[in-house]
Design a protein around this ligand. Sequence first.
Ligand code: PLP
Length: 401
Amino acid sequence: MEYTVARKFTGAFTQQATLPAEAVRAAVSVLESGRLHRYNLESGETGEVALLEAEYRAWQGSRYCLAVTSGGQALQIAMRACGVSHGDIVLTNAFTLAPVPGAISAVGSVPHLVEITEDLRLDLANLRKKISDTGARYLLISHMRGHLCDMDELMQLCDGAGVSVIEDCAHTMGASWNGNRSGNFGKVACFSTQTYKHMNSGEGGLLTTDDPELVARATILSGSYMLYERHGAGPVPEVFAEARYHMPNCSARMDALRAAILRPQLARIETSIQAWNRRYSIVDQGLAGSKWIKTIDRPAAESPVGSSIQFLLPRFDADQCRRVLAAVAARGIDLKWFGGTEPAGFTSAHQSWRYMAGQDLPRTDAVLAILFDMRLPLTFSEDDCALIAELICEAVDEVMS
Ligand SMILES: *Cc1c(COP(=O)(O)O)cnc(C)c1O
């Protein structure tokens, strides 16, 4: 279909903010030193990775922190450090991204998906049922697109059922539930510093926990070559007594260059979060004005990081949803739809993860069929955000007129 539109947005949905000047200076200094490996230190030197770990732990409010190569590697290491082994069932949300079931499969365990609700959160009634149906002892909860479920109720349920909770906080770095940081509820949490998340080192991951034995296992798993005494936010060496012989080296260390880039970003993260949330609420309010669009409820207990936005088109069939994609694309808007039959970009659904057994998820499928998703990079101004919301409303009206 050929489109002529009156107004068009010209910003780039994949353009993140540039790095702070200090990050560039710190990176150059690491490059000039030639010492990029985290353990390649001069005597008495702490190193960028150990400093990042100490600073991240302080900000997150966890006892320990370990930096690794990616969010996906953090998930694999966290599961192994929790004791997940070959053939174990790991429950996770049916609405998530491919690295989550991917990490579960990579450690030899079996992903089993739990339904979500219309507001994109884990369905706790379905979780309870699946724990009792499968006898699973692990839940990898993916706080997908920043929508936290009732974390107090979740922990009560899982603690009562003897289920260990691993939190995937790739979309909730800095978010909280009832004043408690996301990541501080379960046994261990994983964060990503990949370009499209809340801090940008290209690739990278962070793992936090309060459990000394767990972080000792994770550190050996990350490939510490027994140099764990050089870590910035780990337990005392005695805690490694068992782990050092029993954990395989999976070579997933973070390097000094990435850590150097991340530290100045961490120092500014509260400002970034506020900037994301202002953009989110402008788009959200704009979309709420359309009679066709259902925006996602945000519970009072949740304080999110609005780096992306989702909405539903409840009265639209698949063909109308496809026409919405075309109508917004003509207006320069990069909207993703989770209802497509083929995986496109980052939007794959469970039907495309064919390395795992087929899953029966009628509630989730009904939500994904009408679910749209869009990034809100900080390179967009607040005026850009208002325009984007107007253009989406206009496109949706056009399809239904
Ligand atoms: C990005 C992402 C990950 C994995 O992070 P990488 O650093 O890309 O490996 C895990 N879970 C979710 C929900 C993500 O979006």
